[in-house]
Design a protein around this ligand. Structure first.
Ligand SMILES: [Zn+2]
Length: 60
């Protein structure tokens, strides 16, 4: 089984920095600054997965 790479940065406490599992790609993703206001509603790890999960095509 693959091991997680840990960089040299200090990790925040789990209570402060939560993580979720993306239902599209199945990968865990950690809290990000850009989600600080709507982390509760964040489901997908990225915009790409969000569009795949909602079945919407990206508009250009
Ligand atoms: Zn994803």
């Amino acid at each position: 089984m693959p091991k997680k790479h840990v960089n040299g940065k200090a990790a925040r406490p789990p209570a402060e920095r939560d993580s979720k599992v993306c239902p599209v790609c199945g990968l865990p993703f950690a809290w990000r600054r850009k989600w600080e206001r709507d982390w509760d509603t964040v489901v997908y790890c990225s915009e790409r997965c969000r569009q795949a999960g909602t079945g919407q095509r990206p508009t250009q």
